[in-house]
Design a protein around this ligand. Structure first.
Ligand code: FAD
Length: 503
């Protein structure tokens, strides 16, 4: 059955959009390639920004100023004003949904400092903020009876009469291509940091699928070159140690035990300072030992567990070895102030979208906020569009879909190996520091790999639960994304935020 609003992605943005669309009285369907509670939003630790002033003086104006400064002049001021002014209401909405925020002694929502913020502003649930938000949103969607279909891999946004009117997906369980028709479509498929693969904090699902599908359907992209590198990924696994560790007073030290940067500068600056140390032969460590076991177990329990599990060190007694890793992608599908893309009927929200609020460097704690503020906006506007009489378009019989999965290539090249090679190359050449020579060689490599795609494919030709095939589709999407990123990085000659040209 055709739905009014069809949402692809069940992370924070997709589920928020679903709840607000439903409130408008339309039918809503959500499709996702993973189970909703596994969406990357569950990994967010540090918090969600709102100028509540519960742990020290703060104001919406200060939040706006910090966001604009961090964005290096590349943000849209009106969008930033809307984001920051809507933040207290967004957090209040989450609180009412049942998100178990940490509390101050007088029972207000507790707030902590993150880099680039002039006040403790990040509302958090210990360091499980994203997990608690995602679970609360999912609970609410279930209780509202919103239809959520899991393990559906987006292939194409279907366009008829120049309007989005549904999607084609690969049903992962059966291996069949399916079509879902709708009056409007919202893409909420997350970012593309996994083009850096193991050099990224992100979920393996962050392969930019929705962004590539949007381009194929005719939508525009913006700021794809702006990729944020988080200063403190664990050295061996790239798993994130949250900025809240530095916000609470953690130090960065080199092998000589010297501090070398103000730890609470914006992420791009701190990441570059660490990178410089590493390039000069130093190891870099995060030191939170002085915060004490009691504080760490209360405020940063997940960080401690992750460091023990994945780095075999205990932050209560040991230094934490770290390196900067790809963390957040500011670029994405260009949307206007109604969250509408350049294609009629197609909306986007969350990390896959570009609402112009992060510019060249996102402020920590503003992404979770963006999911709630612009997820709501996308849901409401996609619902309003679906209620218009002329939004109901049938799929033209000649529209072809699902062609991406037709592959009977003779496999000569191992795409898993090539994926790793690209990630290493991108981390080095299209990473924290960039120059024309390196960018050109990365672009050449991507073009060479694209020309050899007919020699790669899924070895497993079965249909049911064929993860090999899904991973090949994701690989093809990351290749496309790499081409967009490196092309734009070549076009932007001067340094700006996370895009730092050394030439
Ligand atoms: C370790 C870590 C810590 C972070 N901490 C913070 C923090 O403290 N504060 C903050 O503000 N931000 C933080 N962030 C950033 C923030 O968590 C993300 O930007 C945000 O959660 C993205 O949400 P989303 O809804 O856009 O996408 P996601 O949560 O990534 O969800 C994407 C959804 O799309 C689905 N999907 C993707 N591709 C397809 C496809 N082809 N077909 C069908 N479905 C598809 C996925 O299954 C998933 O359901 C952190 C990020 C990481 C990685």
């Amino acid at each position: 059955m055709k739905s009014d609003v069809l949402i692809i992605g069940a992370g924070g943005a997709g589920l928020t959009a679903a709840l607000h669309a439903k409130e408008k009285g339309v039918s809503v369907r959500v499709l996702t390639k993973e189970y909703p509670t596994r969406s990357q939003t569950c990994m967010a630790q540090g918090g969600i920004n709102a100028a509540l002033g519960n742990n020290g003086e703060d104001s919406v104006e200060a939040h706006i100023a910090n966001t604009l400064k961090s964005a290096h002049g590349m943000a849209n001021e009106d969008a930033v004003r809307h984001l920051c002014a809507s933040a207290p209401e967004a957090v209040e909405w989450l609180d009412r949904l049942g998100v178990c925020f940490s509390r101050t002694k007088d029972a207000k929502i507790a707030q902590r400092s993150l880099g680039g913020a002039s006040a403790p502003r990040a509302c958090h649930a210990q360091d499980y903020t994203g997990l608690k938000i995602l679970h609360s949103l999912y609970d609410k969607c279930l209780s509202e009876g919103i239809e959520i279909l899991n393990e559906k891999f987006l292939l194409d946004v279907i366009v008829s009469e120049d309007k989005a009117c549904g999607v084609s997906v690969l049903d992962i369980r059966s291996g069949e291509v399916e079509v879902y028709e709708s009056k409007s479509v919202i893409l909420a498929t997350g970012g593309y940091s996994r083009v850096y693969d193991k050099h990224s904090t992100n979920s393996t699902a962050s392969t930019g699928d929705g962004i590539v599908a949007a381009v194929r359907a005719g939508a525009k992209l913006k700021d794809m070159a702006f990729v944020q590198f988080h200063p403190t990924g664990l050295k061996n696994s790239s798993i994130l140690i949250s900025e809240s560790a530095r916000g609470a007073g953690g130090y960065l030290l080199n092998s000589k035990g010297e501090r070398f940067v103000d730890e609470l500068r914006p992420r791009d600056e701190v990441a570059r300072a660490i990178n410089e140390q590493i390039l000069s032969g130093e190891e870099v460590f995060l030191d939170i030992r002085h915060l004490g076991e009691e504080f760490i177990d209360e405020e940063l329990p997940q960080e401690r567990k992750l460091a023990i599990l994945y780095e075999n060190i205990d932050p209560v007694t040991d230094l934490i070895p770290i390196k900067p890793v790809a963390h957040y992608t500011m670029g994405g599908i260009e949307v206007d102030k109604t969250s509408s893309t350049s294609l009629k009927g197609l909306y986007a929200a969350g990390e896959c979208a570009n609402h112009g609020v992060h510019g060249a460097n996102r402020l920590g704690g503003n992404s979770l906020l963006e999911l709630i503020v612009f997820g709501k906006q996308a849901g409401q506007n996609a619902a309003a569009y679906a209620l218009l009489e002329n939004s109901d378009v049938d799929i033209h019989p000649q529209v072809k879909y699902g062609s991406e999965i037709e592959d009977d290539n003779d496999i000569e090249l191992d795409f898993y190996k090539i994926k790793e090679e690209i990630a290493d190359l991108f981390y080095k050449n299209v990473g924290i520091i960039r120059c024309e020579k390196d960018l050109l060689s990365a672009e050449e490599k991507i073009q060479e790999i694209q020309s050899k795609l007919h020699l790669m494919g899924a070895e497993d030709r079965s249909k049911v639960y064929n993860t090999n095939r899904i991973e090949f589709l994701e690989f093809k999407n990351t290749l496309e994304v790499c081409a967009y990123v490196v092309r734009e990085a070549l076009d932007i000659k001067e340094s700006c935020g996370a895009h730092y040209r050394i030439d």
